[in-house]
Design a protein around this ligand. Structure first.
Ligand code: NAD
Length: 301
């Protein structure tokens, strides 16, 4: 069997086409969706990521506010910047590019973002929402993976899903999102003993470890769906995932390539969350819910 390719680039393009009508509808009602991206310091990889996000926003008609702060910016100044953006009605989403310099407490900064503008979904309120199956903004990478899985037409309920990687931004939220859809979920990580013993049982295998070549064909069940979240740059400059693509594609039924799989979806879901935030803000202004704007409430999300 040779796996069918799950084409993240094509799905991204299709979704971004669909965004145009939503942006048009917002603009017609006097709202231009806006995303603020804060970069502290000059980490070259972060600069590339921020550049990609800003460019994608512009292509979709989302106004971007790119705030570049020097690497020695005080934590209090970062918090003051967030407070200003929280209060700015032109800004519907706020994103802090991670990692932050070591003198800044990342958790404190993430908690300072209004839950109503937390389009990365990293605020504790949104993380907690995942646990009870009711988050405002699902985190972008697992959200994108979920849509990629949907394109295969597979109902995840009752399936064995193995997530390799347990980070706060990918593995853990991914597992919670699929548990919510009634999959039987196993989470593996660097301390897991005999990884293959788990992965071989997976109907759906999602890999986000950041280790090139981690998943080889012997670890994959015949006919499994394999989603490779990993992005690794090899010494020769090539970008590869965590899965031995050429080997595993002969066993899987569906597989994502790297690049062109999960990567493009992450930025697309960031724009989706920003549009949702703008639509939500408009709705709140048009109804009595405006009172709730500053207070996180569990109703009506
Ligand atoms: P992380 O370093 O925060 O977490 C890695 C996780 O993998 C940890 O839970 C760790 O225990 C686990 N792990 C490491 N080695 C392992 C092993 N040998 N066996 C089993 N588990 C192992 O990384 P992250 O931020 O979650 O990112 C993971 C990968 O996904 C990276 O390659 C990153 O570049 C990529 N990524 C891609 C996107 C995208 O848009 N495609 C987004 C975020 C991250």
């Amino acid at each position: 069997m040779t796996a069918q390719i799950i084409d993240g680039k094509a799905l991204s393009k299709q979704l971004r086409e669909g965004f145009k009508a939503r942006v048009g509808a917002l603009v017609a009602q006097g709202v231009t969706p806006g995303l603020a991206v804060i970069l502290v310091g000059d980490n070259p990889a972060s600069r590339v990521y921020v550049g990609n996000k800003v460019k994608a926003c512009e292509e979709c008609g989302v106004r971007s506010f790119h705030i570049a702060l020097p690497g020695d910016t005080l934590e209090s100044e970062v918090l003051a910047t967030i407070a200003r953006l929280n209060a700015d009605p032109a800004v519907h989403g706020i994103l802090i590019q991670l990692p932050l310099p070591p003198h800044i407490d990342g958790r404190k900064v993430l908690e300072a973002i209004s839950v109503h503008k937390d389009v990365d979904g990293f605020h504790l309120y949104n993380v907690g929402g995942l646990v009870v199956g009711n988050t405002i903004f699902p985190p972008c990478t697992p959200y994108g993976v979920q849509l990629l899985l949907d394109t295969t037409g597979t109902d995840v309920a009752g399936k064995n899903v193995v997530v390799v990687g347990a980070s706060n931004i990918v593995g853990k939220p991914m597992a919670l999102m699929l548990l919510q859809r009634e999959a039987t979920v196993t989470i593996c990580h660097a301390k897991t003993r005999d990884l293959a013993q788990h992965t071989i049982l997976a109907d759906i295998l999602i890999v986000a470890a950041g280790k090139p070549g981690l998943i080889v064909p012997q670890m994959v069940k015949q006919g499994a769906i394999v989603i490779d979240v990993g992005i690794n740059r090899l010494a020769d400059g090539r970008i590869v995932g965590d899965v031995d693509f050429d080997g595993v594609k002969e066993k899987a039924s569906w597989i994502t390539p790297v690049p062109g799989g999960v990567g493009p979806m992450t930025v697309t879901m960031l724009i989706e969350n920003t549009l949702r935030s703008a639509e939500r803000a408009l709705r709140m202004r048009q109804t009595d819910d405006y009172q709730d704007w500053e207070a996180p409430v569990l109703k009506g999300h």
